[in-house]
Structures are given as C-alpha cells and as structure tokens.
Design a protein around this ligand. Structure first.
Ligand code: SF4
Length: 441
C-alpha cells in the first residue's frame, strides 16, 4: 500500500513581509515519507508568485501523479484550504485530501468538510505512519488516535494520543536547501529552523502555542538536538521552540556541547523575560556558543496589561531582560502585543519604552483572540471581521475601545514608521547587532 501512495504536501502562502521560512513541519512529513519509501514532494507556495496558484497546484499534481494531498494549516489559511480542497475534489474526485498543521491540531472541526477526507490533529506523526503503512481505509482509521475522518458519510472524531517528547524521524530538508534563495528573515538573513521542545509551560491568554501537544510541555533529548544542528548544512539556525531558554541546566548543556564539538553557527531562539532577568550568568556562555538573537515576548510595558495577558512577568523583568541581553552583546528582539484597549498615551509610552531601553529590533502584533486560546473564550462574542485571512496579528479583530479602527491602524503603522527605518539603516551600516550603540548609524 505504502508504495502506491504519491504524496504532495502543500504549504499555502499568506502575506508576510518579515519572513519567508523553511516549511519545517512539512519536512518532518517528507522525512517520514522518505523513510517509508513513499514518493513525496513539498509544494511551498511561498516560493511562487501569488498568481495562478490553483493552476500551478494542478500542474504539479498532473505531472507527479499525486494521489494524496496534505495541507499545512495555520489560522490565517483555513478558508483558503477549504476552498482549494473543494476545487481539487471537483477536479480530481479520487484524490485523498488531508489537512494537518497547527490550526488543525487545535481547531480540527474547521476542516470537517465534504471535500476533506481526513483531519490530522494528533500529537506527533505515529498515527500518520500507521495510515501510510496500513492504508487509507476506515478500518485502519478506526484504530488510530488524533484524526477526524468519515464513516458512512458522517465525521468520526478520534481523541488525541499522548503528548510527544521526540520526533519519530528526521526532517527531509530538501525543500529548505532548494528554496534557500528565497528564504529570509527581515534584515537578518537566511535561517534554517529547528525545534527542540513541544508546547510551553506557561499560559498566556492570547497564546496558541501553549495549547499544542495537548498543552503539555516536553523537551527533546538535547544531545539529539546538537546532532541535528551539526547536520544542518547551514550556519544560521532559529530554534522555533516557544521558549528555548527555559531550563538553565539544559541550555548550559547545549552550549557546552556546541563549544566542545567546535560547531560554529549562529543561533536565534525565544526566551521569556523572567528567565533572562533571573539568569544573567548564562548569557556569556550563550554568546560564546553562538546565540546572537533572543526573541523575547515582552508583550506590554505595564504590569496591568501583562497581568491581563496572564504573562506572569513584570515591566521590571522586561527592562532587566533587555539590559542583561544588551550587556552580553546579544540582540533582544522585542515582541509586543498591542491591545485593542490601547489609548493614544499607550502608543506614545510604547515608543518611549523602546527608546529608553535602546530596543532596535521590535515586532508589533495586534492582540488577536485566536480560536482555541483562552482569549477566544473571553472575546468570542465581541470579535469583528473574524475571517481567517485576517488572523495574522496585523489586523483588527476586536474593536478598539479608545479610538476608531482607522486611527488605531494609523497609529499601528506609525510605530513601524518610527522603528523600522532605523533597523534598515543600522543593518546597512553593519551596526544592527551592536547592542550598546544608540543612534541611527
Ligand atoms: S506567549 Fe510565550 S510564554 Fe506565553 S504561553 Fe505562549 S509561548 Fe509560552
């Protein structure tokens, strides 16, 4: 059965000016297919123009004779995937269409549609391995965990399996190496991705990531992660773990092993402000091992807002974290979430905070109550224009309470005008990573 499958994995494109990244999730599926001897290709729409998307998809299917389609779903691609699934099913009635990815893991019922054959919401890929090896049959599905499928025309929803703490196979990074030319992170260059843990032990109200892996935080064996880093044929690696700097001993182990093996790569990772504020002694070692960027979910600049987000950090910790990073020549990429309750003064204070703390690299998102988060439960009755393509943190989905939506968006764009040119100028002059420098050059 496995030999007959021809799998096409599709990553739908969405608007993103700040990054075009490796399709790591699909590469794990491609790696599994490779291991099982199944012909598989990743069609990463980010590598192609916006035009003729459906035609291109059909041409690839025709040329490769694919009979199994796997869509990777994010919150902002739900409508697109359901639309494409319908079109594909009309054109190729015998095609088997599966939807997986973060949105399917959390909100699987969104894809329980006529044109879709299977929604994959399990933790890990063991169920997929079973399906690919045992066949696309109802009796096989009946024995699995974490999928939705149709039996006699009715959707059956199987419970998720246990949380996972490792991958069952390596990713096939062919798509990354092939797409390297177009890979970028705004002003930072090209990064390979790696994931060393699953989910997050914290519970910020707006956060999607903490709900993954059935809400259970687990870590991969750190030596296995070092092996992976060593194998990747690229010198810049971004750990997309929700918080890589969580266990100081584990971070130390990682850094020491990188140094011991003489691996010379540059790393970027997420950390929380409270960790960075409480563990400054780890940062010189992190720098030595190659960490140059730490993305910190600062989210807000006052304690009330941080409490409202259930962030469990304080303004003081945010400031200390930035200072500790800067003192160790590591860039703090400050991530902020702008609440729909922001006042004019809040926008001004945010800019003051950025200036006073010498934050150069910043990302501003608009508070979005994504389906599946605690924030959604709280705000689901108040959402406006909640169409999937708008769910990307750059659109208003809750009416601003202190100004019109138009003014809110103008202010949102304005804070980018105030911050992004400086990033560009400093990068141009080669001083973007000089954490002590204050000016434009
Ligand atoms: S925002 Fe960050 S710290 Fe908070 S739950 Fe999400 S991943 Fe964890």
């Amino acid at each position: 059965m496995a030999k007959k499958l021809r799998v096409l994995l599709i990553r739908p494109k969405y608007t993103s000016l700040v990054a075009n990244l490796e399709p790591l999730g699909l590469e794990y599926l491609a790696g599994l297919a490779k291991e099982l001897g199944i012909k598989c290709r990743i069609h990463d729409e980010f590598q192609y123009p916006w035009t003729f998307r459906f035609r291109r998809m059909c041409e690839i299917i025709d040329k490769g004779g694919y009979n199994f389609i796997g869509f990777n779903a994010n919150a902002n691609t739900v409508d697109y995937i359901n639309k494409r699934a319908k079109q594909l099913k009309e054109k190729y009635p015998h095609l088997f269409i599966m939807v997986g990815g973060p949105e399917a893991e959390l909100n699987y019922t969104e894809f329980c549609k006529k044109a879709v054959d299977l929604v994959y919401h399990d933790n890990g890929l063991s169920t997929l391995k079973n399906i690919w090896t045992q066949g696309l049959a109802t009796e096989v599905f009946d024995r699995q965990t974490g999928i939705c499928y149709k039996r006699n025309g009715r959707w059956v929803i199987k419970k998720k399996g246990a949380p996972v703490d490792c991958f069952i196979n390596k990713p096939d990074r062919t798509a990354f190496y092939k797409g390297l030319k177009k890979n970028y992170i705004f002003m930072k260059g090209k990064y390979a991705l790696s994931k060393a843990s699953f989910s997050c032990p914290f519970r910020c109200s707006f956060c999607y990531c903490t709900k993954m892996n059935s809400g259970k935080y687990t870590e991969r064996d750190i030596m296995e992660v070092v092996d992976e880093v060593e194998e990747i044929r690229h010198d810049k690696i971004w750990f997309v773990d929700d918080t890589f700097f969580f266990d100081a001993d584990r971070v130390r182990l990682f850094c020491n092993e990188i140094l011991r093996r003489g691996i010379k790569k540059t790393f970027m990772a997420y950390s929380r402000a409270d960790f960075l504020a409480a563990n400054p002694e780890i940062l010189p070692l992190a720098y030595k091992a190659g960490f140059r960027d730490i993305l910190v979910g600062l989210e807000a600049i006052n304690d009330d807002q941080l409490t409202d987000y259930h962030k469990q950090t304080t303004r003081y910790e945010n400031i200390t974290a930035i200072k500790n990073l800067h003192d160790n020549n590591i860039v703090c990429d400050g991530l902020f979430v702008i609440s729909h309750t922001a006042t004019r003064e809040d926008f001004r204070s945010l800019m003051r905070f950025v200036r006073e703390n010498n934050l150069l690299w910043v990302v501003f998102g608009i508070f979005t109550p994504y389906r599946g988060t605690d924030a959604y439960d709280r705000y689901k009755d108040q959402v406006v224009n909640f169409r999937s393509w708008r769910l990307d943190g750059t659109h208003i989905t809750l009416k601003p309470t202190h100004m019109t939506s138009f003014e809110f968006m103008m202010r949102y764009y304005w804070i980018h005008v105030l911050t992004y040119p400086k990033i560009m100028v400093r990068t141009f002059f080669g001083t973007g990573y000089d954490t002590k420098r204050k000016g434009w050059f």
